[in-house]
Design a protein around this ligand. Structure first.
Ligand code: SAM
Length: 364
């Protein structure tokens, strides 16, 4: 068995005894959005219905906290963490006449690759604990670190739990490299927790209808089907099984889904992932949720969801996107936003930051 080692690798950061500070009250909700069904009853009991959740905080703390009630409860985990790009993602905020620059999130690592890999390793160990026995995990990355991440997944989940290495080919992204080929794809590694996992095949339309021989099973062997005169039978097929190379564009600013959050992923990508790895009512989680793409699509596809991000801009946009969708559809599934209440965060919450109207744009 090949294992990845880095300097100061800690393989056993997780100790239940050290979990005291993450007791069930560690995260509290500061905003609660009601449902538009049943819930308006006088004696509505909040604890009896499922409430979707957005956590504002470091996902490591959130994961420890979730161990209290969500061990083996999450059916699908998708994460799109920082890619070890060495860049911090700057944004421009426009609020009425007030324009200022800020940072959406950081992808710069003090101890370089060591600290990046340790960050992911610590979290992937916990992902495995909260993933249901039939669950799938999708980890999005690119050339910067995907080769290391695959080894970490082999180590934690087992290399026989590897399901796919999906290539997301985004043909429309500008690439400035002069002495290399334009880098035009990301990878999404898929692992399962057991042999028995949810997997829904998806069929996609072919460019042109195709004439194919009709086949049938005869005594367990696939054979050409024939008519009563012994002639092979043809059929016209207009779709095909989706494979592991996905041609989906990068989201463009002109799209109505565009939020201005740097590295926002295309909703079509998440639609495929959620459809493959979960069914209606299942619990989907994204612990690096950014602008909330996964959660919005989970909501649209009638999955339950949990999201988390450390950036206040991410929480701002995720909240806004979910509320906008619910208002448009006049469907209100309840959700709450939770946080650990540091003094700094309390001030931000009390300033009404999340309810303000402002626009966010990537700074080039
Ligand atoms: C690549 S972006 C995710 C983009 C997202 N998929 C979308 O469609 O908008 C990565 C996110 O991870 C968040 N992040 C980084 N470190 C984190 C941590 N320790 N806990 C929670 N979120 C974190 C960043 O704030 C950023 O929003």
């Amino acid at each position: 068995m090949v294992k990845l080692i880095w300097e100061n690798k800690k393989v056993n950061n997780f100790k239940l005894g050290e979990q005291k500070e993450f007791h069930p009250d560690f995260f509290k909700y500061f905003e609660y959005h009601r449902a538009n069904f049943n819930e308006n009853r006088e004696n509505f009991n909040r604890s009896k219905i499922w409430i979707n959740k957005i956590f504002w905080g470091d996902n490591l703390k959130v994961l420890y906290y979730l161990l209290n009630n969500f061990k083996e409860k999450i059916d699908l985990i998708y994460i799109d963490p920082p890619f070890f790009s060495g860049t911090n993602y700057h944004i421009k905020i426009k609020e009425k006449d007030n324009h200022y620059d800020s940072i959406a999130y950081y992808d710069h690592w003090d101890r370089d690759l060591d600290s990046y890999l340790q960050m992911l390793y610590d979290r992937i160990i916990l992902f495995k604990k909260i993933l249901s026995k039939t669950g799938l995990i999708f980890i999005h990355s690119d050339w910067h670190a995907n080769h290391y991440i695959r080894l970490i997944l082999d180590d934690i989940f087992g290399k026989n739990r590897f399901i796919n290495n999906i290539i997301w080919y985004y043909y429309n992204k500008y690439s400035a490299g002069k002495k290399n080929l334009p880098r035009a794809y990301d990878t999404i590694l898929v692992y399962s927790k057991s042999n028995n996992y949810t997997f829904n095949q998806i069929r996609i339309a072919r460019k042109k209808p195709q004439k194919q021989l009709k086949r049938k099973m005869v005594n367990g062997v696939l054979k050409n089907a024939k008519d009563e005169n012994g002639h092979v039978i043809y059929r016209i097929v207009t779709d095909k099984k989706m494979d592991d190379v996905w041609k989906i564009p990068c989201l463009q600013p002109a799209s109505k889904e565009y939020t201005g959050f740097p590295t926002q992923k295309h909703h079509k990508l998440l639609e495929r992932i959620i459809k493959i790895g979960s069914n209606e009512g299942d619990l989907v989680a994204d612990f690096f949720c950014g602008s909330g793409t996964t959660l919005l699509i989970a909501e649209k596809l009638k999955r339950r969801w949990i999201g988390c991000d450390i950036s206040k801009y991410s929480i701002y946009l995720t909240r806004k996107r979910i509320l906008k969708y619910q208002e448009e559809k006049n469907i209100y599934y309840p959700f709450e936003i939770l946080s650990d209440f540091s003094e700094k965060k309390k001030k931000i919450i009390e300033s009404g930051f999340f309810q303000k109207e402002f626009s966010i744009n990537r700074k080039k």
